[in-house]
Design a protein around this ligand. Structure first.
Ligand code: NAI
Ligand SMILES: Nc1nc(O)c(N)c(N[C@@H]2O[C@H](COP(=O)(O)O)[C@@H](O)[C@H]2O)n1
Length: 232
């Protein structure tokens, strides 16, 4: 494959929302799911998020368990996977937690429309990759990540990046933890926002695992490709 293996991991409410209408992060999953996600972080080469997630949540995207960080170190890797922000206009704050916490490479993926002055400042803290003119060109980005020997990527949201990656056909698997709460709200981010597929382009999935974890359920899906499931 000329691109890395890519999966999305997200936690969503029983009504499919990633966060509230104010885009405020909520605790959807519990301790066991947190540990599962930490283990995934420890296993992948890179974690990718959209700039919307950085501006809303300011995540550090580090591996939290000292034991898991030690295992990575012993294998000759950095304590944390490469942390990638997809950020067309270079809006990433220079004091974002992703820069403050943990060792390891950070990548900011921008488009050619990003302001030169901000790019220079980001270059002091991260590797900046230019791909695309208005929006980041995701197929080009993942190709270039593969050339850097990044072979597995976990996309940790949010709603718009999930859409961008899925609609570009760049996702192999999806893991959704569905928690025991309703968030509601027509404007609350869902698992996949963006434009949405029209009827001839719907994306087909194959369920390969369903597991109860604490008060919720973890579903694992393989992405099968375009399918037309509209009942006429
Ligand atoms: N429950 C969960 O597992 C998670 C929830 N979230 C929630 O998701 C929300 C953030 O989601 P969004 O606002 O949708 O932001 P997002 O994190 O999906 O970032 C979207 C941004 O990515 C950039 N981008 C650049 N090129 C792109 C392309 N080709 N395709 C798509 N995006 C591209 C654009 O600037 C776009 O505005 C927050 O409220 C956060 O709390 C985020 C991560 C995980
Ligand atoms: N897996 C998961 N479960 C939840 O219940 C959540 N609220 C989230 N949220 C996302 O996790 C990221 C936090 O990362 P750090 O702990 O700062 O490293 C952040 O992006 C949230 O949106 N995820």
């Amino acid at each position: 494959m000329d691109r890395p293996f890519v999966f999305i991991n997200s936690a969503m409410s029983a009504d499919g929302k990633l966060s509230t209408k104010e885009r405020k992060q909520v605790r959807i999953s519990g301790k066991l799911d947190f540990e599962r996600v930490d283990e995934l972080r420890a296993q992948v080469d890179a974690i990718m998020v959209g700039i919307g997630t950085v501006l809303s949540d300011d995540p550090s995207l580090t591996v939290k368990s000292p034991e898991r960080r030690a295992v990575r170190k012993a294998a000759g890797k950095n304590e944390n996977p490469v942390r990638i922000i997809v950020d067309s206009s270079a809006r990433t704050p220079l004091d974002a937690d992703i820069f403050k916490k943990g060792e390891g490479l950070r990548i900011i993926a921008i488009s050619t429309s990003a302001p030169a002055e901000k790019i220079e400042k980001l270059e002091e803290k991260a590797l900046v990759i230019k791909a695309g003119t208005e929006k980041v060109d995701l197929p080009e980005l993942v190709r270039r990540l593969k050339e850097m020997d990044i072979n597995t990527i976990m996309v940790e949201g949010g709603a718009t990046l999930n859409w961008g990656m899925l609609s570009a056909g760049l996702v192999d698997e999806i893991y959704t933890f569905i928690g025991n709460l309703i968030i509601g709200g027509a404007t609350s981010p869902t698992f996949t926002d963006g434009e949405g597929f029209s009827e001839a382009e719907l994306l087909g999935l194959e369920l390969f695992s369903a597991e109860t974890i604490e008060e919720g359920v973890l579903l694992k899906w393989k992405v099968k490709g375009k399918t037309n499931q509209i009942v006429s």
